[in-house]
Design a protein around this ligand. Structure first.
Ligand code: GLN
Length: 456
């Protein structure tokens, strides 16, 4: 813990941690020492973590990287952080992210962007650590913490993991409780670990998941021992390679990486099978209807009364002025864009044409996966991202759709509610890390992590 606190002090330029909690960290570490001395050391005992700013932490600033939550100190602890603390973990502080987890580069944060510790060889320009869990990925990659929490609505754990050479798993929808995690799109949001190795992910995920009566979508299922499932034996496992993920214009090095990953799994005894997920091309548009729709509803609660920021009002202003001014000042441009898109697609005249259609497409995407799994496929291998980490400002200043395209390989998994993991799989020609994604059957995180382990 002390080593991490020192490292954090020296790494201000990465802008990964946005609220530091050194006193709490030292107190939790001392408690962990006492538990160790008493021979009662749970799995995460004394492990120093960074916590994404989306998780409510009792008495500690929780802003979801938004101005609208300025000064918000929750009265309660999220189930995820509560479970991690019960397992002995230490919180070093809160981590940077895109505002309300909307983004793929960490550039929508009120704190300014987090920076990727990796650089292109011979080029000093700053790169994105990805998003929305950009601070989590940067902090783990730069050794500021041993692991971090992330959340993934459309790729926000897997894409930053791929951009920083770290491991990130989004579990099956319902595996991790959403209680006390600031909501973005409730039918897609899942928490998960971001770590240096697959084994660390297995251990940390174990501590994070389990039934929670406070989240109505929490699954009441037994949690297997994920670490014990890392046997390294994947003989006979059927790995599907979906042809629809071979996108036109995909960089040759991503193709090459994917082929190498396929060969590694084959060498380890897996059986490789070409598969088709025919509705893949509709995933991105469906996601960018459903996620903003749910966000516009979830974010309606930020009204200047119950949480955080309230605009200064002029004489004669009424309650509508208060809402309007507070929300105009409190939400950044990307969040405002999503609230407007979401409100539009949910409005009476457009609900059927957009929202309901997107929900039907979502069902078709889910069925594509069900069909291949029913045919005996155990896991699906794809690239995690269409490129390596890009430069700060490079995408932000382009059309917002350019940024959305970055999520092309990850959003299908959220729409279908499946587990997906990103594993570091090599470096590109400029020396930047690239990731491969494995998609698994529902509740099959243990098997998925075991297959991922054989790619390490
Ligand atoms: N980049 C996607 C978005 O902006 C996904 C974000 C996420 O998973 N939280 O919506």
């Amino acid at each position: 813990t002390n080593a991490c606190l020192t490292a954090i002090e020296g790494a201000g330029a990465l802008n990964a941690f946005v609220h530091n909690t050194p006193d709490l960290a030292r107190a939790q570490a001392a408690e962990a020492d006492a538990r160790l001395a008493a021979g009662d050391a749970p799995a995460m005992c004394g492990i120093p973590l960074g916590i994404k700013d989306l998780f409510c932490t009792k008495g500690v600033d929780t802003q979801a990287a938004s101005r609208i939550l300025e000064g918000f100190k929750p009265e309660y602890e999220s189930t995820i952080t509560d479970k991690l603390f019960a397992a002995g973990a230490v919180m070093l502080g809160k981590l940077n992210m895109d505002e309300f987890a909307m983004g793929s580069s960490n550039e929508t944060s009120v704190y300014g962007t987090a920076v990727n510790p990796w650089k292109r060889s011979g080029d000093d320009s700053a790169l994105t650590p990805g998003g929305s869990s950009g601070g989590s990925a940067a902090a783990v990659a730069a050794d500021l913490c041993l692991a971090a929490t992330g959340t993934d609505t459309g790729g926000s754990i897997r894409q930053p993991a791929a951009f920083t050479g770290t491991v990130g798993i989004k579990p099956t929808y319902g595996r991790c409780s959403r209680w006390g995690t600031v909501a973005f799109a409730s039918s897609l949001d899942q928490a998960g670990p971001m770590t240096k190795t697959v084994r660390d992910s297995a251990i940390m995920l174990q501590a994070m998941c389990g039934f929670d009566a406070k989240d109505s979508t929490s699954a009441n299922l037994e949690v297997p021992d994920f670490e014990a499932m890392l046997s390294g034996d994947i003989k006979g496992k059927v790995i599907g390679i979906p042809k629809e993920y071979r996108m036109e214009g995909m960089p040759a090095e991503i193709e090459k990486l994917w082929a190498e990953g396929t060969a590694m799994l084959k060498d380890a005894g897996a059986q490789i099978r070409d598969i088709s997920l025919p509705h893949t091309k509709y995933a991105l548009p469906a996601y960018y209807v459903i996620a903003p729709a749910e966000a516009s509803s979830n974010l309606a609660r930020y009204d200047g009364v119950r949480f955080g920021h309230r605009a200064t009002l002029a004489a004669g202003d009424g309650i509508d002025d208060m809402y309007e001014k507070t929300r105009a000042e409190g939400f950044g441009p990307e969040v405002q864009r999503r609230v407007m898109i979401g409100t539009y697609v949910l409005s009476a005249g457009f609900y059927d044409a957009y929202y309901n259609k997107a929900r039907r497409v979502r069902t078709l995407i889910k069925r594509d996966f069900e069909t291949v799994f029913a045919d005996g496929v155990d896991a699906i291998l794809t690239p995690a991202t269409p490129s390596a980490a890009f430069g700060l400002g490079e995408m932000k200043n382009a059309d917002p759709v350019q940024m959305y395209l970055n999520d092309v390989f990850t959003v299908t998994v959220n729409l279908a509610g499946l587990p997906g993991v990103s594993v570091p799989a090599g470096l590109d020609a400029k020396g930047l890390p690239l990731g491969l994604q494995l998609i698994g059957k529902p509740w099959d995180e243990g098997d998925l992590l075991n297959i991922a382990h054989s790619l390490e």
